[in-house]
Design a protein around this ligand. Structure first.
Ligand SMILES: Nc1nc2c(c(=O)[nH]1)N[C@H]1C(S)=C(S)[C@@H](COP(=O)(O)OP(=O)(O)OC[C@H]3O[C@@H](n4cnc5c(N)ncnc54)[C@H](O)[C@@H]3O)O[C@H]1N2
Ligand code: MOO
Length: 402
């Protein structure tokens, strides 16, 4: 038996980082930047107004009050994108809109609320210091500054930032295409009728969604029956299109554990008992350079194995740190028992209160009991060396993707 960490390190030592790809900005949504993006010009590129109002020479309005306003002639309008007034002499003003370039010679903006809004002459009732409501060139980004680092997942703010520095395409690590396939003669498609001994296939739906949640693109394949030829054919078909393959079922000790039978000794694939619950029987290796994860068939085992092994691997393939699910410390609301020598992942619910997080372990923890997973939002991690934890103990809890 190997430990969770040994199995994970073996996986992380083998999975390839995907080669970079040049994509148009919106195609790059959710991918990971492969080369840093920097600004070719400062942002803002020019001094501009932060308010709709009047560009002035601050000293002209120094004494303005409600009781003793200053009136200035308005020489024109400066709107964003149409700087009709490029310079101002003292004693004059121009209407200016938010984002419009400051006319040369002006050094403050009086918001329209401090005036009578005049278009020929304007009455100003408050003074402002030099620099008032001016957004300076380069105060957001300096010329040459890196605005998004390599290794950053491109979410909405990063895509906005990259567009704002004028880039239309970016070099990214693509989302891994992950083929997900279940094996088992007893499995039927949801929506079809069941005979005795059959169940509806659920793992591939769950794992395909989990791939997407981990930043990949999941492709669900039709379930394969427990025939070695069917499994071989499926692998031949899928290896050409997949960056990784995830199977479920057929890896333990049964007479029909066909995934194990077909893959043992193929490529670098090896099967192990891993010291964890759920998720003891695991297989992993490269087939023609493509990672294949053969997860156990019990639904909760398949899901937990995915989060513990496949998710970090998919992150590594995207050039991200292969870190675990976000983990918080929480206080156990009840006693917990754990098998000796195994890392135990318990389905649970987290609540946040004034004193931090509390975690409630689900009443049932069988690896076929999917309902308690569907109701969970977290997994308690109990380390290998611990067999009992009383209520009130503090534990590590992984938050499931929200
Ligand atoms: N003698 C032993 N038996 C078992 C051991 C063992 O060490 N010795 N390990 C147990 C553990 S732990 C697990 S986990 C399972 C893993 O078994 P397999 O990976 O071979 O999975 P199957 O036998 O194909 O299925 C197990 C179980 O899960 C259901 N299943 C499978 N695929 C799906 C699916 N896509 N959707 C829904 N449900 C699925 C299947 O019907 C079985 O009930 O082995 C234990 N046995
Ligand atoms: O993983 Mo089996 O993972 O303990 O049911």
């Amino acid at each position: 038996m190997r430990t969770v960490d040994e199995h994970l390190n073996d996986i992380l030592g083998s999975v390839p980082v995907l080669p970079p790809l040049d994509l148009a900005l919106l195609e790059a949504r959710g991918t990971v930047l492969a080369a840093p993006v920097s600004a070719p010009v400062p942002l803002p590129p020019f001094d501009n107004s932060a308010m709709d109002g009047y560009a002035v020479v601050a000293s002209d309005v120094a004494g303005a009050t409600e009781a003793d306003p200053v009136t200035l002639p308005v020489v024109g309008d400066v709107v964003a994108g149409d700087p009709a007034v490029s310079a101002l002499r003292p004693g004059l003003t121009a209407r200016i809109m938010t984002g419009a370039p400051m006319p040369a010679g002006s050094d403050a903006v009086i918001p329209v609320e401090w005036t009578d809004g005049g278009t020929v002459n304007v009455r100003i009732v408050r003074s402002a210091p030099s620099g008032h409501y001016i957004r300076r060139a380069g105060e957001d980004v300096r010329e040459g500054q890196v605005v998004v680092d390599a290794g950053t997942r491109l979410r909405a703010p990063q895509l906005g930032m990259i567009a704002a520095v004028g880039r239309s395409r970016v070099a990214v690590r693509p989302k891994p295409r992950v083929v997900v396939v279940s094996t088992g003669d007893e499995l039927r498609e949801p929506g079809s009728d069941l005979d005795h001994g059959q169940i509806w296939e659920s793992n591939s739906f769950m794992l395909t969604a989990a791939v997407d949640e981990a930043g990949g693109v999941g492709h669900r394949q039709t379930t394969v029956d427990d025939e070695p030829g069917s499994v071989r054919k499926m692998l031949e078909d899928q290896l050409v299109r997949a960056d990784a393959i995830v199977t479920s079922g057929g890896v333990s000790m049964g007479s029909r554990d066909v995934v194990k039978e077909v893959l043992t000794g193929t490529g670098t694939v090896k099967f192990h008992k891993v010291g964890m619950r759920p998720g003891k029987p695991q297989g992993f290796g490269l087939l023609e350079g493509t990672p294949i994860f053969t997860l156990p068939g019990n639904p909760v085992s398949a899901y937990v194995s995915f989060q513990v092994f496949v998710r970090p691997a998919l992150r590594a393939m995207q050039g991200l740190p292969p870190e675990p699910l976000p983990t918080v410390r929480a206080v156990l609301s009840g006693d917990v028992k754990s098998p000796a020598g195994l890392r135990h992942f318990l389905r649970a619910r987290l609540t946040h209160g004034p004193d931090g997080y509390t975690v409630d372990s689900a009443d049932v923890q069988g690896s076929h009991q999917l309902a308690s997973l569907a109701a969970a939002d977290a997994l308690i991690t109990v380390p290998e060396g611990i067999e009992t934890l009383p209520a009130g103990s503090t534990v590590d809890v992984m938050r499931l993707p929200a």
